[in-house]
Design a protein around this ligand. Structure first.
Ligand SMILES: C[S@@+](CC[C@H](N)C(=O)[O-])C[C@H]1O[C@@H](n2cnc3c(N)ncnc32)[C@H](O)[C@@H]1O
Length: 387
């Protein structure tokens, strides 16, 4: 679409902008609930988010039997197993493909662990790396209106950017989707620093913007229980070991340390290995006291799961499941934007920005190329009025 930049008086432009807002507010989606599929569904973080945003799940798959138990307890349906054993044509018709595809071949930990074992990594890891191509095959066969993929932040830099370049070109050049991606830190919605890359694609060349998240988020105190079983307190032996280990590494100039946090803090990233020693997130119980781990229910909250979410598995499995999951409110905001984008005509370009200039004049301009002069932003003389 050509960029438009039109000079007009302040009254005219305010009137136009308001008319645009009115038009936008009367727009109603004519489509029924968008159908989505929940691949590598784990315990259903994507599902809660997309259902809350108005979607309807028509298929789910995850081969982990403990995750299947949690998923079934919460959604009344057991996910299909290994995605390789599901004939693609048997997947029902859907509009949006959701997948937090397995991150191990791409994560820093995964890469270093595998390299140290002399194993291949990334796309060379035959069993897991090719799961992306499975997704590509499903997209190619069903041609959904959109997809939302999630992975670790390191996907972007893996193998000097080559892995992401292959993923991006497969989705854009080979499959023909218009692709947007962004690394989002969940700390603005939960008290956890957790950066993940989200890749959103549209079959038609739609304009999409990732949701904006607030700068400041909640603190740990908001998700802690006041009454937690003593079984979550570290043993003296483990606590002494962790302190000595951290000291040794600090003296050697390495970064390793445990993550001791209090009510006013934001935690490190909860990992799927939290059940091992819990060292990344240890809750302080006061000076001189041995800290404790988070209880599984607190981990659920740390990932943005509602308290109504059932946890029918052992603590070990629950820690693994939440550590592998997505932060639900982050995905929910993305889901809302995706569904809203799909409900508009594919050539919709909503971003008209009304800029007030220093001379009192104003410019109404297309914002798709972010052409608002920087000086208006810094002087707070720009007012964003349109949808
Ligand atoms: C990063 S987790 C996704 C978690 C999920 N997004 C959630 O919110 O809970 C990746 C999942 O992929 C599943 N998985 C890995 N390989 C699979 C395969 N070949 N078929 C089906 N599921 C698989 C794992 O069991 C794991 O639960």
């Amino acid at each position: 679409m050509p960029q438009t930049s039109k000079k007009m008086s302040r009254d005219d432009s305010v009137g136009s902008a308001l008319r645009l807002c009115e038009e936008a507010s009367v727009y109603q989606a004519s489509e029924p609930k968008p159908r989505f599929i929940d691949l590598f569904c784990g315990i259903g973080g994507f599902r809660i988010a997309f259902e809350k945003a108005g979607g309807s799940c028509v298929f789910s798959s995850d081969w982990d039997k403990h995750s299947q138990i949690t998923y079934e307890a919460n959604f009344g349906e057991k996910p299909e197993g290994d995605i390789h054993s599901v004939p693609i044509k048997n997947i029902p018709k859907f509009d949006v493909l959701c997948a937090g595809f397995p991150c191990q071949p791409f994560s820093i930990a995964g890469v270093s662990k595998k390299l140290s074992l002399g194993r291949k990594h990334g796309f060379d890891d035959e069993r897991q790396g090719n799961l992306f191509f499975k997704l590509a095959e499903i997209i190619n066969h069903h041609r959904p209106s959109a997809f939302v993929l999630e992975n670790v932040k390191n996907l972007k830099g893996h193998d000097k950017g080559r892995t992401f370049q292959i993923i991006h070109s497969t989705l854009t050049e080979q499959l023909g989707y218009k692709v947007y991606y962004k690394i989002i830190d969940a700390k603005s919605v939960v008290p956890q620093h957790r950066e993940r890359i989200f890749i959103v694609g549209f079959r038609e060349p739609r304009h999409f913007e990732f949701p904006e998240f607030p700068e400041k988020g909640p603190k740990l105190g908001s998700i802690l229980d006041s009454n937690v079983s003593d079984k979550y307190i570290l043993t003296n032996n483990l606590w002494t070991y962790l302190q000595n280990y951290a000291k040794k590494h600090q003296e050697a100039g390495n970064g390793f340390g445990f993550g001791l946090v209090s009510e006013n803090d934001t935690t490190r990233t909860l990992s799927a290995r939290y059940y091992k020693d819990g060292s990344e997130i240890l809750v302080s119980r006061g000076k001189g006291m041995t800290p404790r781990r988070l209880a599984p229910r607190e981990c659920a909250r740390l990932m943005g799961y509602p308290d109504s979410f059932k946890i029918p598995v052992s603590d070990t499995q629950a820690y693994r499941q939440f550590g592998n999951s997505v932060v639900v409110p982050v995905v929910e905001s993305i889901a809302q934007q995706v569904i809203q984008t799909l409900s508009r005509p594919s050539d919709h370009r909503p971003e008209l920005v009304l800029s007030f200039c220093e001379d009192g004049d104003s410019i109404l301009q297309d914002n798709t190329a972010k052409r608002v002069p920087a000086r208006y932003k810094t002087k707070r003389e720009m007012m964003k009025v349109a949808v």
